[in-house]
Design a protein around this ligand. Structure first.
Ligand code: F6P
Length: 319
């Protein structure tokens, strides 16, 4: 393989830039011609493909977001759009494509394979919901951002002796909510993977109040319900003063943590190695600190398991 391209797609995640930089520089190190595509799959369709040099990825490793921009492409969902994308790559002699993104981006990469382009996925999403890797790029930074925000909320919650309901991202996954809840010392965590009864939550809050607790923190994953709905439901069981806080896209921004930079650097380079080994249709990942490659067909059908022991522990610690 002599020519490859790199793009980012879907929701941006801190550490994507480290992965872009690593893929581009590793390719150049291996004497491969490398191209960068801006605006994700849309960019492929509209030929936003440019030959990259070392300097094109300089001074980005410490920045949040993605220097290549991202998009959720409607056109790419059509066969005509994908054909155009594949034709544009082939016209430049590009045989391999590295797609840095989440599960939707992997699905797009998988489809491109059918049109003769070798594709490798690099898992980057704050949701940490991709099967085949212990952790995704962006998760660590987002988790730390959330915990930092909850710490701030805790200060004001204590001062006013209030209950706060904090809604966090994660789409259908409870990973962010679960681990942020544990790290921030939340009394209750709602995650899509588990059913938590509102009456039990109210009982726990009441027990806390009875023994003089100054505040209560509830973390709710967006995949379960909105903070607003949670507040309305809770009010049916207990009369307390509550406030809600929806953290929103703050969770996706910001300087990537060292962990995300290391992960992005490892996986970006590994994706190049996989293409050079003739692999296609796989997602790169890290499992028990070993680099791994998992077939897209497997990634699509498997659900990443959440760690019930963490849920249990957070319950035990927030009595
Ligand atoms: O998948 C990443 C993510 O941030 C989810 O946690 C969230 O549900 C979604 O993207 C938000 O997407 P958008 O930026 O399109 O609003």
């Amino acid at each position: 393989m002599r020519k490859i391209a790199v793009l980012t797609s879907g929701g941006d995640a801190p550490g994507m830039n480290a992965a872009i930089r690593s893929a581009v520089r590793k390719a150049i190190y291996e004497n491969i011609e490398v191209y960068i595509v801006s605006h994700g799959f849309n960019g492929l369709i509209h030929n936003n493909i440019k030959r990259a040099d070392l300097g094109d990825v300089g001074d980005i490793i410490h920045r949040g977001g993605t220097a290549l921009y991202s998009a959720r492409s409607e056109e790419f969902k059509t066969l005509a759009g994908r054909q155009k994308a594949a034709d544009n790559l082939k016209a430049l002699g590009i045989e391999g494509l590295i797609v840095i993104g989440g599960d939707g981006s992997y699905a797009g990469a998988d489809k491109l394979q059918e049109l003769g382009i070798n594709t490798v996925g690099v898992p980057a999403t704050i949701d940490n919901d991709i099967f085949g890797t212990d952790v995704t790029i962006g998760y660590d930074t987002a988790l730390n951002t959330i915990v930092d925000m909850i710490d701030r909320i805790r200060d004001t919650a204590t001062s006013h002796e209030r209950t706060f309901i904090i809604e966090v991202m994660g789409r259908d996954s409870g990973e962010l909510a679960l681990n942020a809840g544990l790290a921030a010392g939340a009394e209750t965590i709602f995650i899509p993977e588990r059913n938590t009864k509102m009456s039990d939550v109210a009982e726990r809050i009441q027990a806390g109040l009875d023994r003089g607790k100054k505040h209560s923190l509830i973390v709710v994953a967006e995949g379960v319900m909105s903070a607003e709905y949670c507040s309305t439901e809770l009010a049916k069981y207990i009369k307390i003063e509550t406030r809600i806080s929806v953290l929103g896209h703050i969770q996706r921004g910001g300087k990537p943590s060292a962990g995300d930079r290391v992960l992005g650097s490892r996986l970006g380079a590994y994706a190049v190695e996989l293409l050079l080994l003739g692999r296609s249709g796989v997602g790169a990942g890290v499992s028990r600190n070993e680099l791994t490659a998992t077939e897209f067909s497997y990634v699509h059908v498997q659900n990443k398991q959440y760690d019930n022991s963490i849920y249990q522990l957070s319950k035990e610690l927030s009595i």
